[in-house]
Design a protein around this ligand. Structure first.
Ligand code: NAD
Length: 269
C-alpha cells in the first residue's frame, strides 16, 4: 500500500488531461505517489508526455500516454475508450487542460474567443460528461473508494476575479464554476463527487512571459509572498481525489497564496 500525505489511491486509475506539462504533470505525479495508475493525456507533446509517464512509472505505478485534443468530441470518446482498454476502469478524472489567447476586447477575434472557450469550457464539458458516463458504468468499488467516481476540474481564481484583456479566459473559468456545481448537484446522489481546484499564480509555461517581465506586479497580488509551484495544486488534486475529502462535494479549493483576499484592500483600501 502506498501512502502519501495520508491519502491512499491504491488500486484506482486516473485520467489527467494536459498532463505532459505544468500542473497536469504535477497532479499526475502526486496522484501516482498516492497509489493511482495514470493516463497521461496530451494534445501533441509526445516527448513531454513520455517524460511524465517515466516519472509515474518510477513511482511504481502503471502509466500510458494517450494523444487527444480534448476540445474534439471524437478525441474525448477515444481517450476514454483507450484508457479503459489499457488500464481498466477509471475512478478519477482531472480535467486540467487549458489555454490562454489574450487580447484587448477591440482586437479579440472570434477565433481567439472560440479557441479558449473550446478547450477550457467545451473541453471540460466533454471530459466531465464522459467521466460521469464511465463512473456509472464502472459502479461502486467499495474496496478502493467510498465514491463511485471523482471528477475534478482545474478552474482559476478568475472564476471569481474579473480579468481585463482576458475576457475569453475569465468567461471560460466562470463557466467551469457553474458547470462544476451544476454537475455536482445532478450526480452526487449517485455517489459521484465533482469539485474544482482554483489556482492563483503557479509557475508554469502559461504565465512564463508574465513572470519574466512583471514578477513584481504579480507579487503585489500574492499576500503569501511566493508564486505557487505546480505541486501545490497537485497535492490538492490528490486530496480531492481521495476518501480523505469524501464529504467535500461541489466545492472549489482555492490554491492561491491568498490572492482571492483582495490584497489591495490592506491598509483600508
Ligand atoms: P501549461 O501550459 O503547462 O498546461 C496546459 C496543458 O494543457 C498543456 O500541456 C497543453 O498541451 C494542454 N492542452 C492545451 N490544449 C489542449 C487540448 N486541446 N487538448 C489536450 N491538451 C491540451 O499550463 P498550466 O498552468 O499547467 O495550465 C493547466 C491548467 O491550469 C489550465 O487549465 C490553466 O487555465 C489552469 N491554471 C493555471 C494557472 C497558472 O498560474 N499556471 C492559474 C490558474 C489556472
Amino acid at each position: 500500500m502506498t501512502i502519501s500525505h495520508g491519502i491512499d489511491l491504491t488500486g484506482q486509475c486516473a485520467i489527467v488531461t494536459g498532463a505532459s506539462t505544468g500542473i497536469g504533470e504535477a497532479a499526475a505525479i502526486e496522484l501516482a505517489r498516492a497509489g493511482a495508475d495514470i493516463v497521461v493525456n496530451h494534445r501533441d507533446s509526445h516527448d513531454d508526455a513520455a517524460d511524465t509517464v517515466a516519472k509515474v512509472e518510477a513511482l511504481g505505478r502503471r502509466a500510458v500516454a494517450i494523444q487527444a485534443d480534448i476540445s474534439k468530441e471524437e478525441d474525448v470518446l477515444r481517450l476514454f475508450a483507450e484508457s479503459e482498454a489499457k488500464l481498466g476502469p477509471i475512478d478519477i478524472v482531472f480535467s486540467n487542460a487549458g489555454r490562454q489567447k489574450d487580447a484587448k476586447i477591440g482586437d479579440m477575434t472570434l477565433d481567439d474567443w472560440n479557441a479558449v472557450i473550446g478547450v477550457n469550457l467545451t473541453g471540460a464539458f466533454l471530459i466531465g460528461r464522459e467521466a460521469i458516463k464511465h463512473f456509472r458504468k464502472k459502479g461502486l468499488r467499495e474496496d478502493v473508494s467510498r465514491a463511485r467516481g471523482k471528477l475534478i476540474f482545474n478552474s482559476s481564481v478568475h472564476q471569481i476575479i474579473a480579468w481585463a484583456f482576458h475576457v475569453n479566459y475569465a468567461a471560460s473559468k466562470g463557466g467551469i464554476h457553474m458547470l462544476m456545481q451544476s454537475l455536482a448537484q445532478e450526480v452526487s446522489v449517485e455517489k459521484i463527487r465533482v469539485n474544482s481546484v482554483a489556482p492563483g499564480a503557479i509557475a508554469t509555461a502559461i504565465n512564463a512571459e508574465e513572470r519574466a517581465h512583471n514578477l513584481e506586479g504579480m507579487m503585489r497580488l500574492i499576500p503569501y509572498g511566493r508564486v505557487g509551484d505546480p505541486e501545490d495544486v497537485g497535492r490538492a488534486v490528490a486530496w480531492l481525489a481521495s476518501d480523505a475529502s469524501d464529504y467535500v462535494v461541489g466545492q472549489t479549493i482555492f490554491v492561491d497564496g491568498a490572492m482571492t483576499l483582495y490584497p489591495e484592500f490592506r491598509g483600508n483600501g
